[in-house]
Write a protein that binds this ligand. Structure first.
Ligand code: ASP
Length: 329
């Protein structure tokens, strides 16, 4: 198999500096040596991005850059591995899943909690696990970390220090790597590949936090131009205060001018539901749609993706509710 490895930055390849860890330039050559040692019968190319970043600096434009890079190499390789920082790995992985729907080749995003230059690290086990996943696993877009192959749109970073830093709270892992792989069998209808890499633009999607005492003034600036979509970080099953008319008016007014507002739960696990509580129904009456069991990261990137496609608000709402990449039930 010919495997393309894109090194975008992140802890995995970092080295110490006066200010703390920063991405290192020598990493690409080092990891290539390890890969050739590990699987000499397969062919690897490692490409180090010119602008290596801590993924906290990643923007929607960077998702597009990674996608365009993979697309430009698509016919030259059988599989793709993206090495990425963990902080925003779930966002980039989900964005790739929306851009490479029903991919017939594997794309696996991974990284590490400890840099590879440290004697004890999780870098090699994650990279080798990602290699095993593309050699033996399903096609599609995944995030591999700490022995788990997770659906890219379902993964979340849930731990700042554990080596098993990612989880998929509402969707079983596709594979778990112990001594051997344990695969989750899924019978999926064959669908044509649908690759779309629209022009992503920072600032088109925002977050509306819900917290005790939240007021319209907290949200006003967040909903200003150029915002076209918002993820409302609601309580529990999709609730927010319904006794402040200013808050609801603000949402109604944003909805009326074409801002698509999606609610997901702060709980992190489970789904938001419709009509369980009056406080939740109030949101729906002003046009907020349900993100059901989606992760915050997937809802955020899906809004970015649909907005970048240039769809009108009503079509975004309709498409949002359908699963594009295992993202919503
Ligand atoms: N701040 C780092 C990054 O996201 C963290 C990591 O890679 O684990 O690039």
């Amino acid at each position: 198999m010919k495997i393309y490895v894109a090194y975008t930055g992140g802890t995995i390849g970092m080295v110490p500096s006066d200010q703390g860890y920063v991405p290192g330039k020598a990493f690409a050559a080092d990891i290539l040596r390890h890969l050739n040692d590990y699987q000499p019968e397969h062919g690897f190319d490692v490409y180090s991005y010119k602008r290596l970043i801590d993924s906290s600096n990643a923007t929607p434009e960077d998702w597009q850059t990674i996608a365009e890079d993979l697309q430009s190499k698509w016919h030259d390789y059988d599989a793709f591995i993206v090495l990425h920082g963990t902080d925003t790995m779930a966002y980039s992985a989900a964005a790739l899943a929306f851009m490479f729907q029903h991919s017939r080749k594997p794309i696996v995003v991974t990284g590490s909690q400890i840099p590879m230059i440290k004697k004890r690290n999780d870098a090699l086990s994650n990279v080798f696990g990602a290699v095993d996943a593309v050699l033996n696993g399903p096609n599609g877009v995944f995030l591999f970390f700490g022995g788990k192959l997770l659906e890219a749109t379902r993964a979340r970073k849930i731990d700042t220090s554990a080596l098993s830093a990612f989880q998929s709270p509402n969707f079983l892992p596709r594979g778990v790597l112990g001594i051997e792989w344990e695969w989750r069998k899924m019978h999926l209808p064959k669908q044509p590949e649908c690759f779309q890499i629209p022009p992503m633009a920072s600032g088109h999607v925002t977050i509306l936090p819900v917290f005790p005492g939240v007021q319209a003034t907290h949200w006003e600036g967040l909903l200003n131009k150029p915002v076209k979509g918002a993820v409302l970080y609601s309580y529990g099953t999709g609730n927010a205060p319904d006794q402040d008319a200013n808050l609801l008016n603000l949402l109604q007014e944003a909805n009326d001018r074409g801002v698509v507002i999606v609610k997901v739960s702060q709980c992190g696990k489970g789904a938001v539901s419709s009509g369980t509580y009056a406080v939740g129904s109030a949101l729906e009456r002003v046009g907020v749609i349900s993100g059901r069991d989606m992760t915050f990261e997937a809802a955020f990137t899906k809004l970015h993706f649909l907005i970048a496609l240039g769809l009108p608000a009503l079509e975004i709402k309709n498409t949002f509710s359908k699963t594009l990449a295992f993202d919503i039930l």
